[in-house]
Ligand binder design. Sequence first.
Ligand code: PLP
Length: 461
Amino acid sequence: APEAPESFDTQALQQLDSAHFLHPFTDHAALRERGARVIVRGDGIYLWDSEGKKIIDGMAGLWCVNAGYGRASIADAVHAQMLQLPFYNSFFNTTNVPAVKLAALLAGLAPQNGPNAFQHVFFTGSGSEANDTIVRMVRRYWQLAGQPERQVIISRRNAYHGSTLAGASLGGMPGMHAQGGLPIPGIDHIGQPNYAEGGRGMSEAQFGLLAAGWLEAKILELGPENVAAFIGEPVQGAGGVIIPPSTYWPEVQRICDKYDILLVSDEVICGFGRLGTWFGCELMGFTPDLIAFAKGVTSGYVPLGGVLVGGRVAHQLIEKGGDFNHGFTYSGHPSACAAALENIRILQAERLVERVALETGPHLKARFASLVAHPLVGHAETCGLAAGLNLVRRKGATVHDCEPFDSAHAVGMLCRKHMFDNGVIMRAVGDRMIVAPPLSITTTQIDEMVERIQYCLDLTL
Ligand code: PLP
């Protein structure tokens, strides 16, 4: 295929863009000066912009294009479904074929969970809606369980759980909370298990237990009888690929069990193979009551999200709950579910999740570890195909002895700009540079990506 199959009037598109299009999380006055980059095509791990420039997409879109770009069979499946039945709602005693098939498939793919098995799925249009659904569901659960005073959901600072009112409230992003009205009542936060930030003077294992202990302290402060649930991402994504010590999640689970608190895993990023397991909780060693998913379920080809509901909650909702007064027009959207069915078939047929565990993930880990030799890189962490590296002013013997830049934001932005200009997309979270490429990436392509990253680190020096 030609690399720039069509020609585009970039300037005209940029002018229309800044005249009419309000983008998410964007400073529009600054964007007007710069002009948005117009992305016009994708294939595998590569994107092309309107100037014909080829870019490695180190972020899989927004952590979602797990199967890679250019999958004609997903387009074909959606096309066929749209001709057959593009949309019908699943509200008033109706259902549709792709949604039924996908619900059953997901029940089979979900982590093993003993008597609390994930046999039911509630579909949404996005990850934010999945987490809103979880807020409604856990509160309804405790009403039905005869403990309606259990209302508070505990989350973590620097977590990202979406951008709706409930999602942004569950999230712990200071920039979002600072813009007013957040968090909504009944949501509280504890610290994140970030060893580099809080673990000075102790082993990672000790720090994992300490950070999980913050949950117990918060439960006791609020009164266990008031606490409904704890929610966390197995590995914090938007917060900077913060990989918790292996002691963290099992201890969180023990604490939730001790106080009879529902445990929720937000798998919007970690689900569908990102960490080399179908769901991140499997790698991190815990079994939640509810799982939020989105992104990778369709590889982002069509918006879709949902909640996997374990037996404990499902039983109350179904057997005792009557109407659950919650749902979306697009819950169980047939065309989106058709995309998911074909996407999951691809992930399985090409064994992409296993490849992350056995081949591409270990290769990325080795290559990122080698980047620590660079004078600008203090430390690097990798989990499956999610990785982060910290830019530091002076390197130290341990993660705690590195000297940070005065402006973490400025160095991250500079490095990101060099990456952007030199054909590789990485994200900057302060001074932490992160990647999460499509799971279809090959080891040779990882080498190509890391070489470009190295070149851009040199430019940032
Ligand atoms: N949860 C996590 C862990 C996420 O990373 C995101 C998005 O990045 C969301 C929820 C929100 O998903 P969406 O943007 O589809 O609403």
